[in-house]
Ligand binder design. Structure first.
Ligand SMILES: NC(=O)C1=CN([C@@H]2O[C@H](COP(=O)(O)OP(=O)(O)OC[C@H]3O[C@@H](n4cnc5c(N)ncnc54)[C@H](OP(=O)(O)O)[C@@H]3O)[C@@H](O)[C@H]2O)C=CC1
Ligand SMILES: N[C@@H](CCO)C(=O)O
Length: 354
């Protein structure tokens, strides 16, 4: 039986949800996916850190209400986050990076990824910073270190789009995409349509676990800008950086403006897009757009996301699904681990030898 050891870096909504899934589903995964997971390290800014080479009980980890620094009470625990120490020293096959996304620097996540690769560990992450700002460097480093780097959840949470575009749509000649790529802002627009104020709607999105640590990134379009950069670079072969993408969010929209648009048979949506023109030049943008109600993206509601890929051979291909949420995003991490398991990384090679 294959058991992969994992370190959880950041123990907020997403990694806590992954720990819950491990507690509930490990035996099912062993039967159906061919592997189980054993948590050997956790670090969190608030709770501290813990390393246990024999494994940390996922049920205990998720059921206990830890106070600030509370991991110090566990065997191998400390009140200090010591994230880089956990990445380097906990004997993990896979580092699960789910600290907050810093849209400007990508830190501390980029440093966590580099340290993991140097230590011979694969990385799965939902953190958009490292992927949007340092993917080329990190992919090269992972390859040089003979480990894996997967980040499906960086765009549209657990709804598969990166691997879908790269694998299932390979050869379909993707020329561009346009989509609703932020769950929080779409949720907020929908709640404002029912008459709720902007601040109250954002607070609901935070309580539901959709929003970024700083929700400004959601409502001002910065989060979508990272996702547009990721998709343009992964799918269109661009080399975009966030500062090359024009960006405006939804914070200027009022309930009255939304109602007026609705009465006119249109609906405001925050759209991220990129396209390659005939000369090969790629342009990208993030902006609120007033779509006709019959437009396929107009009816996408709540924290759901949707993206339409424009292709040469298939025409438009649209994918819809959850764009945020703790469990939904933890599923993206699981799908990344499945991808590592199925690739010829040292993980898979180790399994073959067993
Ligand atoms: N939630 C979602 O729906 C989705 C989230 N994502 C991305 O996934 C990541 C995790 O999201 P989520 O769990 O919701 O975010 P949270 O804010 O709930 O959790 C992040 C956790 O990381 C901790 N943290 C911050 N810096 C460090 C550090 N240096 N070392 C250790 N821990 C640290 C935070 O501690 P503290 O609270 O004390 O600051 C917090 O507990 C983010 O990058 C987010 O953008 C991607 C797709 C969907
Ligand atoms: N805050 C982000 C999480 C998913 O990346 C959103 O609402 O879409």
């Amino acid at each position: 039986m294959t058991i992969y050891t994992v370190s959880l870096i950041g123990f907020g909504g997403v990694n806590r949800a992954l720990a819950e899934l491990i507690a509930e589903r490990n035996e099912t995964w062993q039967r159906e996916l061919g592997f189980g997971l054993n948590i050997v390290g956790v670090s969190d800014l608030h709770l501290g850190s813990v390393i246990s080479p024999n494994g940390i009980d996922a049920r205990m980890l998720t059921a206990t209400r830890f106070e600030k620094g509370g991991f110090a009470n566990l065997s191998g625990g400390s009140a200090e986050p010591r994230s880089l120490h956990v990445v380097r020293s906990a004997p993990a096959d896979i580092v699960v990076e789910a600290t907050y996304t810093d849209p400007a620097t990508g830190e501390p996540a980029i440093s966590h990824c580099r340290a993991a690769f140097e230590a011979g560990r694969s990385v799965v992450t939902t953190n958009k910073g490292p992927v949007a700002l340092a993917a080329a460097e990190l992919k090269a480093m992972a390859a040089a270190c003979g480990v894996g780097f997967e980040y499906e959840g960086a765009v549209m949470s657990g709804t598969p789009v990166i691997r879908l575009a790269q694998s299932a749509l390979a050869g379909a000649e993707i020329t561009g995409f346009a989509g609703i790529l932020n769950g929080t802002s779409n949720f907020v627009l929908g709640r404002m349509q029912t008459g709720l104020g902007f601040a109250e709607a954002v607070a609901e999105a935070q309580a539901a676990g959709y929003a970024e640590a700083d929700p400004t990134a959601d409502v001002e379009g910065f989060d979508v800008r990272l996702k547009v950069v990721i998709l343009a670079n992964e799918v269109l072969g661009a080399t975009l950086t966030p500062d090359q993408v024009d960006c405006a969010g939804i914070s200027a929209l009022t309930p009255a403006a939304l109602a007026e648009a609705e009465a006119a048979g249109t609906r405001w949506k925050l759209i991220g897009s990129a396209a390659r023109d005939a000369s090969g030049r790629i342009t990208a943008a993030v902006r609120a757009e007033r779509l006709p109600l019959a437009h396929p993206l107009a009816s996408v509601s709540g924290a759901v996301n949707a993206i339409t890929f424009q292709t040469g051979l298939l025409g438009d291909v649209t994918v819809t699904g959850p764009g945020a949420g703790r469990i939904e995003t933890a599923f993206a991490l699981l799908s990344d681990i499945v991808a590592l398991h199925r690739k010829a990384t040292p993980l898979a090679l180790r399994e073959a030898a067993e």
